[in-house]
Write a protein that binds this ligand. Structure first.
Ligand SMILES: [Zn+2]
Length: 144
């Protein structure tokens, strides 16, 4: 039996003026969500126009990082070479505390499978995958 080491690089970070604030925030250990500066509506995924008031004055703002679990699934098949030896992992949709319906696609970490429950309280934490890429993931609230 041979042992192979997974040397695949993680997915790259897109250089996009619309989303750079999100990745910069994650590298700084801060969850930032786009917010309309005219009406205060949080928007995710980021867009060029506010879906509430059609305003163009949008900016990334730090949020609390508190959320509840909306839905999840356990992924057994790696969809990128970097994840070949990182499966299974739990993909989740979480609803951020700041606004009803404000959802983020993420991953759950450090929660035993039998403790995962729809509606459970979560908090953000960060995983640095490369020099450029840090991602926001979620764990049970009050653990860290
Ligand atoms: Zn607006």
């Amino acid at each position: 039996m041979s042992t192979t080491v997974n040397t695949a690089a993680p997915p790259g970070v897109p250089d996009d003026p619309l989303t750079n604030f999100f990745w910069e925030g994650a590298r700084a250990g801060e969850l930032r969500i786009q917010r309309c500066q005219a009406c205060g509506t949080y928007i995710h995924l980021p867009r060029p126009v506010c879906r509430n008031c059609r305003g163009f004055d949008l900016a990334g703002e730090p949020v609390s990082g508190m959320a509840t679990l909306y839905s999840y699934t356990v992924t057994h098949k790696p969809f990128h070479p970097f994840y070949v030896d990182r499966v299974p992992y739990t993909v989740a949709t979480v609803e951020l505390a700041e606004q009803a319906g404000l959802q983020l696609l993420t991953r759950l970490v450090d929660i035993d499978d039998d403790r995962i429950e729809i509606g459970m309280a979560l908090q953000v934490t960060f995983e640095q995958l490369s020099a450029d890429l840090t991602i926001a993931v979620f764990t049970a609230a009050g653990v860290r």
